[in-house]
Write a protein that binds this ligand. Structure first.
Ligand SMILES: [Zn+2]
Ligand SMILES: [Zn+2]
Ligand SMILES: [Zn+2]
Ligand SMILES: [Zn+2]
Length: 447
């Protein structure tokens, strides 16, 4: 049966099997170690950046040796899969083109086209009646995924990519591949993802030591992460670290600051929590020793450790760490600053963690003090309110960060309702609340 075009698999096995990322991680976590192992780094780049050419094109079986299409070298696990792919997987129509550009480039091109179309569909409503600020045309396919509002910032994805490419060629500036040149904010959502595949399509064929290749690997990693494809993001982050260490003189400390948090984020999302926490603690130690505890880099590490602790169910440790660091952070970045706000959001989430609340309620039944919990939920509500007000102003009301923070606020309010906390809150009065929020109030003051 013919499948509709939209379902036509650029990789027929997408979501069909789990990516064998565990072996990849086991083989290449050496790039996170201190030793400079050039051969291992090179192997890592090669393995990690082969997105399609190590698996059967029909059934996604991962393999080292294989049967190949005589013409385009696409690999298969069996004659049966090869025949099925020719007839039903669309290989007949694609074989010649794959032979011309290679399987990886072909995949990159089709994936880029597909993500561009998805972004255009997602932005259709938002961009209605607008013109592309690059080519000034108003043909369909406009996208916008940054901080631009009103008539500003709409463009064709191909126009954004063309402009970004020209800037790289003209003066080596790479940021237009991921930042809007009108408002300066990073692309998010489908536009970020589409630009990531576009930059990958454009530069993936460059040598590993080329700056544009490094840009492409990193941008694809970020895009994959944003798209929730953590196995792909992990591959790309590992390759990017190896490239940095091989060609750009990155030391372990540089990697700890720049990349370990990203790797840990992937591991976390893939369910490897212990590995993620270990990596975060290593990073925190590195940065604290190197820069001092009040340094911005060390603070960001502390935040990551808090996130990891919280995801581990160790909310108590996370909350203590965050309460200690928020005033420091407010001094370092400013009180009304996005980074400080992210600390508050993490604290808010830790305070509202379902398992923590359940445990406190259980303890209360055994003669504990629900009053503490009430105050903490009230504190979470205050934090969430601030974060929502801030992100509405900073990102706009429809930005995913704002939405996320609004959800925190909704949860806090729900909890307050659920436990009939309004009365208890009134009972405890402003004094108790103020004492609890002391850190917040101090942070808001001068110095
Ligand atoms: Zn197969
Ligand atoms: Zn072929
Ligand atoms: Zn245009
Ligand atoms: Zn913009």
């Amino acid at each position: 049966m013919e499948r509709p075009k939209e379902d036509m698999p650029y990789t027929p096995f997408e979501n069909k099997v789990q990516e064998p990322w565990r072996e990849l991680w086991a083989a290449h976590k050496v790039v996170l170690d201190a030793a400079h192992d050039e051969a291992a780094f090179k192997r890592c780049v090669k393995d990690c950046l082969r997105l399609v050419s190590t698996r059967c094109a029909m059934c996604a079986t991962s393999m080292a040796t294989s049967l190949r299409c005589a013409n385009c070298k696409t690999i298969y696990c069996s004659k049966k899969c090869q025949a099925a792919h020719w007839k039903r997987g669309g290989h007949k129509a694609r074989c010649r083109e794959i032979a011309r550009v290679g399987a990886e480039q072909d995949y990159a091109g089709r994936r880029a086209a597909d993500e561009a179309a998805k972004a255009a569909r997602a932005c259709e409503e938002d961009c209605e009646g607008l013109r592309c600020f690059v080519c000034l045309g108003d043909e369909a396919g406009l996208v916008r995924g940054c901080g631009c509002r009103g008539a500003a910032g709409a463009a064709h994805l191909r126009c954004l990519a063309k402009f970004a490419k020209i800037k790289v060629e003209e003066d080596g500036r790479q940021e237009f591949w991921y930042d809007c040149r009108v408002c300066g904010q990073s692309y998010h959502g489908p536009v970020q993802i589409a630009m990531a595949w576009e930059v990958w399509r454009e530069y993936r064929g460059r040598p590993d030591g080329d700056r544009c290749k490094a840009l492409a690997v990193n941008t694809l990693a970020q895009g994959a992460f944003a798209a929730g494809d953590f196995a792909l993001a992990l591959r790309c982050f590992l390759a990017h670290i190896a490239i940095g260490r091989l060609y750009f003189g990155d030391r372990v400390l540089d990697c700890a600051v720049k990349h370990f948090p990203e790797v840990s984020g992937c591991l976390q999302a893939l369910g490897e929590r212990a590995a993620a926490l270990a990596l975060d603690q290593l990073t925190l130690t590195c940065c604290t020793v190197a820069f001092g505890p009040e340094d911005i880099r060390a603070l960001l590490c502390a935040r990551n450790v808090a996130v990891s602790l919280s995801r581990h169910g160790e909310h108590h440790g996370a909350i203590a760490l965050l309460r200690e660091k928020i005033p420091v952070c407010a001094r370092a970045f400013g009180d009304d600053h996005e980074t400080t706000m992210t600390f508050r959001s993490v604290l808010c989430k830790a305070l509202l963690a379902g398992d923590r609340i359940a445990a406190a309620v259980k303890a209360d039944a055994r003669g504990g003090r629900l009053g503490d919990l009430v105050l903490e939920i009230a504190e979470a509500a205050v934090l969430a309110e601030r974060a929502v007000a801030f992100s509405t102003r900073f990102y706009g009301v429809a930005h995913p960060t704002t939405t996320n923070r609004r959800q925190d606020l909704a949860v806090a309010r729900q909890e307050i309702e659920k436990f009939g906390m309004k009365e208890k809150l009134a009972e405890l009065g402003a004094e108790g609340l103020r004492a609890r929020l002391r850190a917040e109030i101090d942070a808001a003051g001068p110095g």
